[in-house]
Design a protein around this ligand. Structure first.
Ligand code: BGC
Length: 905
């Protein structure tokens, strides 16, 4: 018996040692886990390698792909790479047999490490193709066949009954709509996505979604039911009563592809055989909210038992849009839920629920009452000074959901085609005390994986990070919006570019922005000018503003840095170049000093400004800086894409732009026409000044900060770069003073005022608790959250040395009297982390470097300090190379693994 046991243990051990110490995990296809409905004929595959060892790299890989699990194991599927000697573990383009529409593919990968040992095959991942060819669409567009109520426009219902005689092997539904849709098969909801088909530049690009509905379709009688809402397509958008921007009639396109076990298949489509009617949603719009009258429900309308004799015929619609495209980004889903934090009765006598967090989504309410009882839920972000419910800042957006009961057992309500931005909910129509258990707030946002974590020893900073994250959650609803509550909620380009880099730390925003950038390119005008909101619902108004239109260059480049995706640069290059082309065309002698510009939006401007303290920055000075920056990013991109001629041409242009800047906006001693923080920040950040003038300019910036008693004065355009510039020129301590400043204007002032999101204005609520101008006072606007980038990149010190983090720089900046800061980032190679602690006279730095990457680590240690790793003198640690002393850091090269560095004086 004993001998037996020994033999068993010995064989399992030897089995372990013949394999590499690595494991392949987290398989991604086009940046997503097991995506469904891919439109890309050559999807790209990525994986993560894990190991408990240090200094592990991939030396080779083997990928296999098949349409069924059996062929996958046998290796005779659609694609087998064989062993490829390569360190590449992200974006391996599929290069096998042509992929088929609607087909599911299974894949796995194994890798060889740098010791030449092979891993086990990874777990099997999969993807499913969408409809690749326009001819794959057999469905017809349908709309209602009856006269619509032109004011209320109740949500139409569409239904189709059908029978299947055979056993079902698989079924996939492909759905899109003019308007928003929610679909059901046999009484069950199709999928868990909301606000579909999402928002794109509908006239040019309309997304469809793909669903695996194998479990919903049955052998025998079936019914499909779909309801539509006005949504972005025809609801009020871009301020009050601006409706029907894309069209006035809703429409549905649906196709159900069923495969039977006997090898045959069938397609059910939207067509003239469908029926339509109306149900309980009597009104629904994004800004105003939804009204449901449960008495008008059609119970069972999505089941085969339902009798639709009284329903109307549908009408075939002519589709007049551009392309119908697969969904590229993660759709909106329900995310966190919140129970009431407190139930209040305001001084004004309103019954109000406080959910404790300014969030974006809606409230699910349970109620019991009589037929015709009406519950009205109104939504607000804040209570006013007296504690009353405050909605003035919503402008014309009602943000009100109305539910009319049918009576009988308890009823549950939630809206479908709208959302609200709120922390507080006023409840009308429920007699007596409200029961907290009957109300649940649900946060909805695009289903982007969380990638970042950031904490420090300072509770206010932690709340700031929380607020930044919630600003992102609330405004990443299929497109990056300025705000989620008032009658706006538009894809403002300036806000998005200011925040994009921070966003890429908190969550994986790769596909989210990749999709939106395609809309940006689609909506760009022939002369290259970029509209201020994408999708463009403002026409030509305010197009081409510096710092807004530059989203065309800044976001692709930032995404490239974060994710290393060259294809994204290739896709966006024409758009980037066209935008630069526009600025060049509208310049005179290389000076771009024309046109409309928003400028440094919402900069510091005291009320009764007798002393001239307002931080006004010349708009054309700003424009010239952004012009140069966009050209620089175009040069960077052209270099990556090996477009040598463009590199040459734009490098020459850049020189001229900077020379023109110096001549027009700077004195010989480097003083600028605007002496503001934003002016110096932009000039320094974008290298507008020659080396000789930079130190003095940085000093002027520091003096300016001091003159405001260590307060920032920057608006949307200066804020993202302010602390970076201070750090770059050696003024970390000033950056920390700004970050830790608790009085207005500062990042922590709103935190001290109880904010749970980032505010649009530095003083949305003033120190005396009154509010800023309600015409523009959102309490959920992410732009100023752009400081998050400095917090991750500088405080905690996580940087990409090579785009996508194949090479990493860890360079923490200890300061501000903090005793610790820690950040982690999930990259496509795995987790990078950096965490420092000040303990008495020594500093400890813990670092994690993912497999298949290398890091340059800067350990905060003055010359002569003794540095150890894991208790060993640095020089004695195998695999770490000390490469020098740089200022107050010891610099080392480290391979993958976890490290604990300690430096003591
Ligand atoms: C939006 C901003 C936007 C701005 C343009 C506002 O109404 O809310 O965030 O960038 O207009 O200046």
């Amino acid at each position: 018996m004993k001998k037996f046991l020994f033999v068993f243990v010995a064989t399992s051990l030897s089995h372990l040692t013949t394999l590499a110490q690595v494991k392949v995990t987290s398989l991604l296809c086009e940046n997503r886990v097991n995506p469904i409905g891919l439109g890309d004929a050559k999807p790209r595959l990525s994986w993560i390698i894990e190991s408990t060892q240090r200094n592990v790299m991939q030396s080779a890989y083997e990928v296999r792909v098949a349409a069924d699990a059996a062929s996958l194991q046998k290796g005779n599927g659609s694609w087998g790479t064989g062993k490829i000697s390569s360190g590449q573990s992200v974006y391996i383009s599929y290069a096998g047999k042509p992929l088929q529409s609607g087909q599911k593919y299974y894949w796995q990968v194994r890798v060889w490490d740098n010791a030449g040992k092979v891993s086990a095959w990874s777990p099997i991942a999969q993807w499913q193709m969408g409809l690749l060819q326009p001819t794959d669409w057999k469905a017809k567009w349908i709309g209602v066949g009856y006269e619509e109520d032109s004011v209320l426009r109740p949500s139409p219902l569409f239904r189709k009954q059908f029978a299947t005689g055979k056993k079902i092997k698989s079924a996939a539904a492909f759905i899109t709509a003019h308007g928003m849709y929610e679909a059901f098969i046999n009484g069950k909801r199709v999928g868990d996505l909301y606000l579909t088909p999402g928002w794109t530049s509908y006239n040019k690009r309309l997304q469809y979604q793909t669903y695996d509905v194998t479990g919903l379709v049955v052998q025998g009688n079936n019914a499909i039911g779909v309801m539509l809402g006005s949504g972005w397509y025809r609801g009020s958008l871009a301020w009050e009563n601006n409706r029907n921007l894309y069209g006035k009639d809703l429409g549905l396109l649906l196709q159900l592809n069923i495969a039977y076990t006997d090898g045959t298949s069938e397609i059910i489509t939207s067509d003239e055989s469908w029926k339509c009617g109306t149900g309980e949603i009597t009104y629904s719009e994004i800004y105003n909210g939804e009204t449901q009258d449960a008495r008008k429900e059609k119970p069972g309308w999505t089941t085969a038992q339902y009798k639709d004799a009284g329903w109307s015929d549908v009408r075939l619609k002519n589709f007049t849009g551009g392309s119908i495209i697969a969904t590229e980004n993660e759709p909106v889903k329900k995310q966190e839920v919140f129970k009431p934090l407190q139930m209040l009765t305001t001084p004004g006598g309103d019954k109000v629920i406080d959910f404790g967090q300014n969030l974006v989504g809606w409230v699910v309410v349970k109620a019991k009452g009589n037929a015709g009882d009406k519950i009205v839920l109104s939504h607000a972000e804040v209570l006013d000074k007296e504690g009353n419910f405050y909605t003035d800042n919503l402008r014309a957006a009602k943000q009100e959901n109305t539910f009319i009961l049918k009576g009988g057992p308890e009823e549950t309500f939630e809206p479908h085609f709208t959302w609200q931005g709120f922390r507080y909910v006023k409840v009308q129509g429920i007699a007596g005390e409200l029961r907290p258990g009957n109300f649940t707030a649900v946060a909805l946002y695009s289903d982007m994986p969380r990638t970042g974590n950031f904490t420090t020893s300072n509770a206010l900073l932690n709340q700031l990070q929380h607020n930044i994250e919630w600003g992102q959650k609330g405004n990443f609803i299929d497109v990056p919006t300025d705000c989620p509550q008032r009658d706006e909620r538009l894809g403002w380009t300036g806000d998005a570019q200011a925040f994009a880099r921070t966003a890429a730390y908190n969550m994986n925003v790769h596909s989210f922005f990749a999709k939106w950038l395609k809309d940006l390119a689609a909506d760009q005008l022939p002369n290259g000018i970029v509209p201020p909101v994408i999708p463009n619902v403002l026409g030509r108004n305010a197009a081409g503003s510096a710092g807004w239109a530059d989203a065309a260059t800044i976001i692709p480049w930032n995404l490239y840095l974060a994710y290393g995706d060259k294809k994204l640069l290739e896709d966006q290059y024409p758009s980037m170049k066209a935008w630069v082309g526009y600025m060049r065309q509208s310049s005179t002698a290389y000076l771009w000093n024309k046109g409309f510009h928003f400028g440094d939006w919402l900069f510091y401007r005291p009320g009764d400004d007798l002393d001239g303290r307002s931080a006004v920055t010349d708009k054309y000075l700003i424009a010239q800086c952004f012009f140069a920056n966009s050209v620089q990013l175009l040069i960077n991109t052209a270099t990556i894409l090996a477009m040598d001629e463009d590199v040459r041409v734009y490098s020459n242009l850049l020189k001229e732009i900077k020379a023109a800047f110096l001549k027009e906006y700077t004195t010989a001693s480097g003083r600028m026409v605007s002496g503001t923080q934003t002016a110096y920040t932009l000039a320094l950040n974008f290298d507008m000044l020659p080396e000789a003038l930079r130190e003095s300019a940085a000093k002027r910036l520091v003096e300016n900060v001091a003159s405001y008693n260590n307060h920032l004065t920057t608006g949307f355009l200066g804020t993202p770069y302010l602390c970076h510039v201070l750090t770059r020129f050696g003024y970390d301590s000033v950056a920390y003073k700004l970050l830790l400043q608790e009085t207005y204007p500062s990042w922590l002032y709103p935190v001290k005022m109880g904010a749970t999101t980032i505010w649009e204005r530095w003083d949305g609520q003033k120190p005396d608790s009154t509010f800023q101008n309600p015409g523009m006072n959102s309490f959920n606007h992410y732009a100023y959250g752009a400081i998050g980038d400095w917090m991750y990149r500088v405080m905690a010190g996580i940087n990409e040395e090579e785009p996508g983090y194949k090479k990493i720089i860890i360079k923490p900046h200890v300061g501000g009297g903090l005793t610790s800061a820690a950040a982690a980032l999930q990259t496509y190679y795995g987790k990078v982390s950096s965490s420092w602690q000040v303990k008495g006279d020594h500093i400890q730095l813990q670092v994690e470097v993912p497999v298949n990457t290398v890091a340059t680590v800067f350990i905060p240690a003055e010359r002569g300090a003794s540095v150890t790793e894991g208790g060993q003198p640095l020089s004695a640690v195998k695999g770490i190379k000390i490469t020098g002393q740089e200022g107050s850091y010891v610099r080392v090269e480290a391979g993958s693994g976890k490290y604990v560095f300690t430096a003591s004086q």
